[in-house]
Design a protein around this ligand. Structure first.
Ligand code: BG6
Length: 514
C-alpha cells in the first residue's frame, strides 16, 4: 500500500491539475462524539474525504463521549444526519462506516480511558495504523484539561507512532483561563503536537489572501498606509444560535467570532511577507500583527466598539425569534450577538489606517468579506467637466463566503462626448475558474492535521495575544462596568444596530457589502 500518493481532485480552467497529498495511516479518536460539532462538521468532512479518496485505507475513527450507545447506533445517527443534509451514496457510506466506532466514556474516570485504550489498540492492530494517533477534542471546553490529563495518564497519548491533539475553540474564555489550559496541554504535549483549530484559516479564500498578496506584484506595493484608506472585515450570518444557548450565553460574539476568526483574517490581511511559505515563518508573521494591535481604550470604548443583540425579525421571508426568546437564553440576557469594532495596528505599514471589523448573528444576509478601500485620487482633474463632483475610491473585495470571489472596482468613461464616469467591477469567481472538488474548511484542517501540517492552526503565542487584546474589554463587559458599551437591540434580518453605522460614519466612511 502506498501512503505517499497524491490524489488529483480537480483542475483549473486551463487544465492545470489540483492535487492533494494522501495522508498516511492513523487512528482518530474524537472526544465529544455525540455533540453537535461531530455530527454537523467532523463526520461529514471525514465522510467526504473518504469519498474523494483522501483517507488512507489504514485509517479508522473512534467516537467517544458520555452518551451510552453502541457502534451501530452511532453509525446510524451519523448517517441520518448526512442523509438529512446531503445526498448520501449508500455504497460509499458502507465503506466509510466500517471504519467508524463508538465507545461511551466517563471523562473523569480513569477506567473508562483504559477501556478506550484496549479497544484502540485492538483496532490499531486490525487496521495497521502504526500507532499514529490523532486525538480530537470536540467536547464542551470545560473538560478539555481533564481529558488531556487522562489521555496522558492512560498512555493513549503514547501509541508508538506520532500523536497530535486537535483542540476546538473556545480555547479558554479569557487570557487567564487560556493560559491555564495551555499549561495543562503543554505538560503532556509539545507545541508541535498541539493543533488549535480556527476553521476560518482552512477556507480556500482565506488562504488565498496570502497568494493574492504575495504571488502578484501589483497589490503589495499599494498595500500600506500610503494607498489604503481603511479595511473592512465583515462576517455576517443569518443563522441564530442554533440550540447552543448554553455555550453562547457564556461566550457572546466577541469570544465566539472575534477572538479567533476575525483576528485571524485580520492577521493575514496585515502581515508582512514571510521569507518562505512554511508553517513557522507564516505563523511568526501572523503573530506579529496581533502583537502590534493597539489596545482598545477602555475609557472611551464606545467610540471603538458597538455591541448588539438581535430581536425578533424576518429573514428570507420567515419570522425568526429574538435572542432572548431562544430556548435556554435568559429573558434578560445581555449577551451580545453582534459587534462592530475599530482597531489600529501600530506598526510602520499600517500606522493610522483603521480596520473596521463586524460580525453578527441573524443579519440581513450571509456574507463574509474583506474590503480594502484605497485612497481617493489626490487631485480631481475632471472637476470642471465631470457631472459628478465626487469619484468613489477603488475597492478590492475578497469575498470569502457564500460565493468565493475577488472583485476590484475601478472607474471607466461612459461612451459619448460628455465626461461621465462609471464604477465597474472586475470579478473573478473561484468556482467558475475551477472544475473539481474544493475542500471545505473542516476537510482542509482535518487533512492537514493528519498530514502534520500546522500552518493553518493557531500557535500558542498567537492564541495568547488575541486573548490579551480582548480580555480587558471582555472583563468590562462581563462586570457590566459603566465603561462597557450598552448592548443595543437590532431587528433580526438587518445589519445590526444603528450605532454600528455611526461608528464608521463619524469617520466619513460607510460599511460596504458586495
Ligand atoms: C463557529 C462559531 O466557530 O463559526 C459559530 O462558533 C459560527 O457561532 C461559525 O456560526 C461560522 O462558521 P462558518 O464556517 O459557517 O462561517
Amino acid at each position: 500500500m502506498d501512503d505517499k500518493r497524491s490524489i488529483r481532485i480537480g483542475e483549473d480552467i486551463t487544465g492545470l491539475p489540483c492535487v492533494e497529498p494522501l495522508p498516511g495511516a492513523c487512528a482518530m479518536i474524537i472526544f465529544g462524539a455525540s455533540g453537535n460539532l461531530t455530527r454537523t462538521k467532523l463526520v461529514p468532512a471525514l465522510y467526504r474525504l473518504s469519498r474523494y479518496g483522501l483517507l488512507s485505507e489504514r485509517f479508522f475513527i473512534i467516537g467517544a463521549s458520555r452518551t451510552d450507545m453502541d457502534h451501530v447506533y452511532f453509525r446510524n445517527a451519523m448517517k441520518k444526519n448526512l442523509m438529512d443534509r446531503y445526498d448520501l451514496d449508500e455504497k460509499g457510506w458502507a465503506g466509510f462506516e466500517e471504519r467508524l466506532f463508538y465507545i461511551p466514556i466517563d471523562y473523569s474516570d480513569s477506567r473508562s480511558y483504559r477501556g478506550l485504550k484496549r479497544f484502540l489498540e485492538e483496532k490499531e492492530r486490525e487496521f495497521g495504523t502504526e500507532g499514529n494517533r490523532l486525538i480530537y477534542l470536540a467536547t464542551p471546553p470545560g473538560v478539555y484539561g481533564q481529558i488531556v490529563e487522562k489521555v496522558a495518564d492512560s498512555n493513549i497519548s503514547q501509541g508508538g507512532g506520532w500523536t497530535r491533539v486537535v483542540i476546538e475553540k473556545p480555547y479558554g474564555r479569557d487570557l487567564e483561563s487560556a493560559r491555564v489550559l495551555d499549561d495543562t496541554v503543554h505538560r503532556h504535549f509539545n507545541e508541535d503536537q498541539i493543533y488549535r483549530i480556527d476553521h476560518y484559516l482552512g477556507k480556500e479564500t482565506v488562504q488565498n489572501i496570502v497568494m493574492l498578496r504575495f504571488a502578484n506584484s501589483i497589490f503589495e506595493p499599494l498595500w500600506d498606509r500610503k494607498y489604503i484608506d481603511h479595511v473592512q472585515i465583515t462576517v455576517a450570518e443569518t443563522i441564530g444560535i442554533e440550540n447552543r444557548a448554553g455555550y453562547y450565553e457564556q461566550a457572546g460574539i466577541l469570544r465566539d467570532m472575534f477572538q479567533n476568526h476575525l483576528l485571524q483574517i485580520l492577521s493575514l490581511i496585515a502581515m508582512e511577507p514571510p521569507s518562505v511559505f512554511e508553517s513557522e515563518p507564516v505563523r511568526d508573521e501572523r503573530v506579529k500583527v496581533l502583537r502590534a494591535l493597539r489596545p482598545l481604550p477602555l475609557d472611551s470604548l464606545s467610540e471603538h466598539l458597538v455591541l448588539g443583540q438581535y430581536e425578533q425579525g424576518r429573514i428570507d421571508g420567515k419570522e425568526v425569534k429574538g435572542y432572548r426568546d431562544e430556548q435556554g437564553v435568559s429573558p434578560d440576557s445581555t449577551t451580545p450577538t453582534f459587534a462592530a469594532m475599530k482597531v489600529y495596528i501600530d506598526n510602520w505599514r499600517w500606522n493610522g489606517v483603521p480596520f473596521y471589523l463586524r460580525s453578527g448573528k441573524r443579519m440581513a444576509v450571509r456574507s463574509t468579506e474583506v474590503s480594502i478601500q484605497f485612497k481617493q485620487v489626490p487631485h480631481l482633474m475632471f472637476e470642471k467637466t465631470l457631472e459628478e463632483k465626487h469619484i468613489g475610491p477603488n475597492v478590492l473585495v475578497l469575498k470569502i463566503q457564500p460565493d468565493e470571489r475577488v472583485l476590484l472596482t475601478f472607474h471607466t468613461k461612459i461612451p459619448g462626448s460628455r465626461i461621465c464616469l462609471r464604477n465597474v467591477v472586475m470579478d473573478f469567481s473561484y468556482r467558475e475558474g475551477y472544475r473539481g472538488v474544493v475542500l471545505d474548511a473542516y476537510e482542509r484542517v482535518l487533512l492537514d492535521a493528519m498530514l502534520g501540517d500546522d500552518m493553518l492552526f493557531v500557535r500558542s503565542d498567537g492564541m495568547e495575544l488575541s486573548w490579551s487584546f480582548l480580555s480587558p474589554v471582555l472583563e468590562l463587559i462581563d462586570r457590566r462596568d459603566g465603561r462597557a458599551p450598552e448592548v443595543e437591540p437590532y431587528r433580526a434580518g438587518t445589519w445590526g444596530p444603528e450605532r454600528a453605522n455611526r461608528l464608521i460614519q463619524k469617520d466619513g466612511r460607510w460599511w460596504r457589502n458586495y
